[in-house]
Design a protein around this ligand. Structure first.
Ligand SMILES: *Cc1c(COP(=O)(O)O)cnc(C)c1O
Length: 435
């Protein structure tokens, strides 16, 4: 078996990828796994434990992707595996209520104190899609405001871009989405109070909700001014619209509460996913009772799911949250800080146009120099080019980062200092080679 850092052969991955392309579109079931934007081929995993994944060729990689966010305790955490295993003996799906749903709902509500009721679904996409329907049903209005560079899953009405820098009607980012579906989606740049104000002035009485990742983390890590988020809250209140925070990535990532708590803004509805399923498919949304009770079976807004509240998924989520005690959060923060502090001199030494943006256990190699961007259009157009050599170089040295310049990295509680320092050292070498 190849050890960390040895030259890696990927013969078996190549063979499987060739075969997969006969059966699966592009060989993958989610496009970003395809390595297209870093000009490589996907790596086939065999097994994973803690911070380490082992591919089908026996290469070991330190994983900073962690399944794109859910695995805050790393791969196959023994306690989560044990819990799921135990529950599995009692059945894999009930299609009927069980105590696990109550238990996970209690944990979610404890952290998201504005939620009086929770509804579980099976993915982040479903969570946001359903939150939007609920907001429209509750307000009796059709329009949405979303932000350029925020991703909310592949929800039709939110798969929308905007023209450069202007607040405008959305244009669908994918064929297959009817014009009429996005005709009620308004798009504003992030970090732009005036643009949102303008949209409310134009369409205020028709706007059902403002949907935002309060910590935008799907198009780089575009940290927002607190005042901007407060502004959104105030505009929603003034015009009777609901504020939806999509915390599918940021939820349960911070010691002091939701990201809303951190900035002192309480949304009307929060959507969750990723961490709350601990590696099994879970999404959730929640709000105060008056809003949630518009949902069927109490109210008229319909939303359902065969596998919603799945007992194995609830159990994985429960254990994941229970393992997130103060010391787990402190550990995530100190590992994040170690990354930030150790990488600084390396980036300075090489004068390479890439910055580290970090908040807690989330980090982004942000292509460019100077002040990190707060809006999608401030990310340099050559970001992909700047990133792909770094990605490839680190992969060769045994460190796996997301195969896209626009995706962030995830630190898990099981990462060790040597993994962080090893990655920084590898980056030092990669940047030297690039000179
Ligand atoms: C990942 C993500 C989604 C979509 O979740 P899926 O489980 O992939 O459907 C939605 N919103 C945000 C902010 C996300 O990070």
């Amino acid at each position: 078996m190849a050890q960390l850092g040895e030259h890696m052969q990927r013969t078996k991955s190549e063979i499987l990828h060739n075969e997969a392309q006969n059966h699966l579109v592009g060989g993958v079931n989610s496009p970003v796994r395809a390595f297209k934007s870093v000009h490589g081929n996907p790596i086939y995993f065999e097994k994973a434990s803690g911070a380490i994944v082992i591919d089908v060729d026996g290469n070991k990689l330190v994983d900073f992707v962690q399944s794109w966010g859910p695995l805050i305790h790393g791969h196959s955490h023994p306690k989560i595996i044990e819990m799921v295993n135990k529950k599995m003996q009692n059945g894999t799906s009930f299609g009927a209520p069980h105590i696990g749903e109550i238990e996970l709902a209690k944990r979610v509500k404890k952290r998201f104190s504005h939620m009086e009721k929770v509804r579980f679904v099976s993915s982040g996409t479903e969570a946001v899609m359903s939150a939007v329907r609920l907001a429209r049903g509750y307000t009796g209005r059709d329009y949405l405001i979303k932000f350029e560079g925020c991703y909310h899953g592949h929800v039709d009405s939110l798969m929308v871009n905007s023209g450069s820098g202007m607040a405008t009607f959305g244009i669908a980012s994918s064929p297959g989405i009817p014009k009429n579906t996005v005709a009620t989606t308004l798009v504003a740049p992030l970090d732009d109070d005036e643009a949102v104000e303008y949209l409310f002035q134009q369409h205020g009485d028709d706007i059902a909700a403002v949907v935002i990742e309060p910590l935008p983390a799907n198009n780089g890590l575009l940290i927002q001014r607190k005042d901007f988020l407060i502004k959104l809250r105030n505009l929603c209140d003034k015009y009777g619209a609901l504020l939806i925070f999509d915390e599918v990535i940021s939820g349960f990532r911070f010691k002091d509460g939701s990201y809303g708590d951190l900035v002192g803004v309480t949304p009307d509805i929060t959507s969750l996913g990723k961490v709350i399923g601990g590696g099994l498919p879970v999404g959730a949304y929640g709000a105060r009772g008056e809003i949630m009770e518009k949902l069927s079976p109490i109210g008229p807004v319909y939303q359902a799911g065969t596998l919603s509240g799945n007992p194995l998924a609830m159990a994985a989520g429960m254990m994941t949250i229970d393992l997130l005690d103060d010391s787990a959060y402190d550990r995530l923060e100190s590992l994040g800080l170690l990354l930030e502090e150790s990488i600084k001199p390396v980036l300075e030494k090489h004068n390479h146009p890439v910055r580290l943006v970090r908040l807690g256990s989330l980090f982004w190699f942000s292509p460019g120099s100077g002040v990190p961007p707060s809006r999608a259009d401030l990310i340099p157009k050559n970001a992909g080019e700047l990133y792909s050599d770094i990605h490839k170089g680190l992969l060769e040295k045994g460190y796996m980062l997301a195969p896209s310049a626009y995706e962030i990295g995830f630190i898990a509680t099981v990462h060790q200092e040597k993994h962080i320092l090893g990655m920084v050292e590898a980056l030092d070498e990669v940047l030297s080679d690039l000179m």
